[in-house]
Ligand binder design. Structure first.
Ligand SMILES: [Zn+2]
Length: 161
């Protein structure tokens, strides 16, 4: 028998004022993306802003459907849009934020496992780690670069080619 331990590292900032200019701006762009959320069922809006190498910023939000599984998280809306339209312009960073009128969020919202698996796919495709900024408007900001910080047991089977 052999025990293993996996450690992850992330950085916590107390407020937007502690971030550098580009990261602060990206978090603010994610807040703007909340307005495009289609979330009449959960009333839980999620906004994403992605900064590409060229400087271009893409926006996305969660899109729900009355047939629940047909909806999609904001992160995958962003990543699939990037994959279909901007894949020659690598993703440098992604800011994620959320808002609901139902209760107050005091911690950043973290991405679901399916979105993290998709993030892993595109990090591999572009051969570059993506900086994640998980931004809570009334709480801290958590940042880490590279999918292994979020999903250490991500699925990768290199023989599937
Ligand atoms: Zn998700």
């Amino acid at each position: 028998m052999k025990e293993h331990e996996i450690k992850i590292n992330f950085t916590e900032y107390g407020s937007l004022a502690e971030l550098d200019k580009t990261d602060k701006e990206l978090c603010e762009e994610a807040v703007k993306a909340l307005d495009t959320s289609h979330s009449p069922y959960s009333k839980f809006r999620v906004g994403v802003a992605m900064r590409l190498q060229s400087g271009k910023i893409l926006h996305a939000s969660n899109q729900e459907n009355v047939a629940y599984p047909s909806g999609l998280c904001a992160e995958r809306v962003a990543l699939f849009h990037w994959g279909a339209n901007h894949a020659d312009d690598p993703v440098e960073s992604m800011a994620v934020t959320a808002h609901t009128d139902e209760f107050q969020l005091s911690k950043p919202v973290t991405s679901c496992g399916a979105c993290l698996q998709v993030l892993a796919e595109y990090e591999k495709k572009q051969n570059r780690a993506i900086k994640m900024l998980l931004y809570c408007k009334d709480g801290p900001i958590w940042t880490a670069t590279g999918i292994e910080s979020f999903l250490p047991f991500l699925f990768f089977e290199d023989r599937l080619k």
